[in-house]
Design a binder for this molecule. Structure first.
Ligand code: C5P
Length: 244
């Protein structure tokens, strides 16, 4: 993978706004986008289908390496079936975070994520984009927000998708998941060195986006003049070799 391809890394805890912001940044730049959480969520679902427990590290890592996953814009196909809706639940997020603590699983997903780095550029969001997956990226951002605001945002998102979850349960689930992501030994959730840290508790998506775009400009990794790259959509089929 040519390392000259620029990457904007947007990390942060659950519902900190990184999904909406990274999607908008990718659109503005005309770059591809990687929502790395989808890989962990899809792996969690594939593992559940096989009744694999989080303790079966070797089998989970093998499954991660072989995962038949296709990302078609915002749709996710796992083993040929559209699982987008199943992956959007908080249960899928919790399942993902339980297997995301396993170093061999993370290692098995590393190259898949790096395979998204294609010209003209990539906007990648997750927990360890700036620290582990693309440490050489020039532009790194870390978004946070208060737990209450994040729980409310996530609640709204889920309701928007027709899923009714109690706000109190969601608050607790998010708190637990954040804690697990933060204290794990491998690739814990933390800002990368030199990252722009933005607390979005009182910031709307537009304002956050403006500040992130300013950081993209000042870190010197602009889109080619006129944003000449292809839009970030399209299909990205992942075979075990990471080919598309
Ligand atoms: O971002 P999303 O909520 O979809 O991520 C689900 C879970 O996957 C996270 O809570 C985290 O445990 C894991 N994850 C990770 N590293 C990433 C992206 C997600 O560990 N880069």
């Amino acid at each position: 993978m040519p390392v000259s391809v620029p990457v904007v890394c947007i990390d942060g805890p659950n519902a900190s706004g990184k999904g909406a912001v990274s999607r908008a940044v990718a659109e503005r730049l005309g770059w591809r986008r990687l929502d790395s959480g989808v890989l962990y969520r899809a792996l969690g679902l594939a593992a559940a289908r096989r009744s694999l427990a989080p303790g079966e590290t070797g089998r989970l890592a093998d499954l991660a390496a072989e995962l038949d996953l296709e990302l078609r814009g915002d749709r996710v196909l796992l083993e040929g079936r559209d699982v987008t809706r199943e992956l959007a639940t908080e249960e899928a997020g919790a399942r993902a975070s339980r297997i995301a603590v396993l170093a061999p699983v993370r290692a098995a997903l590393l190259e898949r994520q790096r395979a998204f780095r294609r010209a003209p550029g990539l906007v990648a969001d997750g927990r360890d984009m700036g620290t582990v997956v693309f440490p050489d990226a020039a532009c790194k951002v870390f978004l946070t927000a208060s737990p209450e605001v994040r729980a409310r945002r996530r609640h709204n998102q889920l309701r928007h998708q027709g899923m009714d979850v109690s706000l109190a349960c969601l608050f607790e689930a998010i708190r637990e998941r954040d804690e697990r992501d933060r204290i794990r030994e491998t690739a814990p959730l933390r800002p990368a060195e030199g990252a722009l840290c933005l607390d979005t508790t009182h910031l709307g998506v537009e304002e956050t986006l403006e500040r992130v775009m300013e950081h993209v400009r000042t870190t010197g990794r602009r889109a080619p003049p006129g944003g000449s790259g292809k839009p970030g959509g399209g299909s990205h089929r992942q075979t075990p070799s990471g080919d598309t």
